[in-house]
Ligand binder design. Structure first.
Ligand code: CA
Length: 224
């Protein structure tokens, strides 16, 4: 089930129709209130979320979703008429998995949806995997990180970032590589998002945060 939150009826119906003809189950919702009601009934595989909505806007709704225990893992694609760099960064920083700008073609739209679902499906395959370095330990399937045995709460993107670094111990990952891997694609070489997430990740890891090395002018690495 894919939820399409969009206040413009024509667009909403077109999104639902396109998804249904592609073989997905989809449901159109006009605003954040309808989404919250729907989330109580069924956890979707994906949420398409318009930014400009009556009442709460897409950013506020996304923050809510990420704080709801049962649905915080559901991937979200933000849909908006704006295409300013600022908005892309803001959307991705608030935990969106992808970003699509109106107007867009239906082929592109379906490709984006499939790409996000594929990425999230791959994450599910890692259920029992454990990654560690020094006093840092990650239980991938349980979405749990521990420093010296103490649990650390990370956002999903911080978690994925740390996982990517741990999977590539000793290898320098460039900001662009990280963007492509964690956010799915590179938008105009925008890498500030990566730096922001590394900063908050380090803070949350405390002393173990020092394990993430900055390689000046290149990117980041765990384990030399
Ligand atoms: Ca709208």
């Amino acid at each position: 089930m894919i939820y399409c939150v969009e206040d413009e009826r024509n667009i909403r119906e077109l999104l639902v129709y396109t998804l249904e003809t592609t073989g997905f189950q989809a449901k159109g919702l006009a605003d954040g209130c309808e989404l919250m009601e729907a989330l109580k009934n069924e956890k979707p595989e994906l949420i398409l979320l318009d930014v400009m909505l009556p009442g709460e806007d897409g950013y506020a709704i996304l923050t809510k979703i990420r704080n709801m225990e049962e649905v915080k893992e559901v991937p979200v694609i933000m849909v908006t008429a704006k295409d300013a760099e600022f908005d892309k960064v803001r959307g991705l920083e608030s935990g969106a998995d992808d970003y699509i700008t109106k107007p867009f073609g239906m082929m592109e739209f379906v490709a984006r949806v499939k790409a996000v679902l594929r990425r999230c499906g791959q994450n599910k395959k890692n259920e029992d995997k454990m990654l560690s370095y020094g006093e840092l330990c990650m239980l991938v399937g349980r979405h749990e990180v521990r420093c010296r045995g103490c649990k650390v709460e990370l956002t999903r993107k911080e978690f994925e970032l740390l996982k990517y670094l741990l999977e590539n111990k000793g290898i320098v990952l460039t900001r662009n590589q990280i963007l492509c891997k964690i956010w799915g694609y590179d938008f105009d070489g925008e890498t500030r998002t990566v730096d922001v997430h590394v900063r908050t990740l380090r803070q949350k890891l405390g002393e173990e945060g020092n394990l993430i090395e900055t390689i000046r002018g290149v990117g980041y690495r765990i384990g030399g």
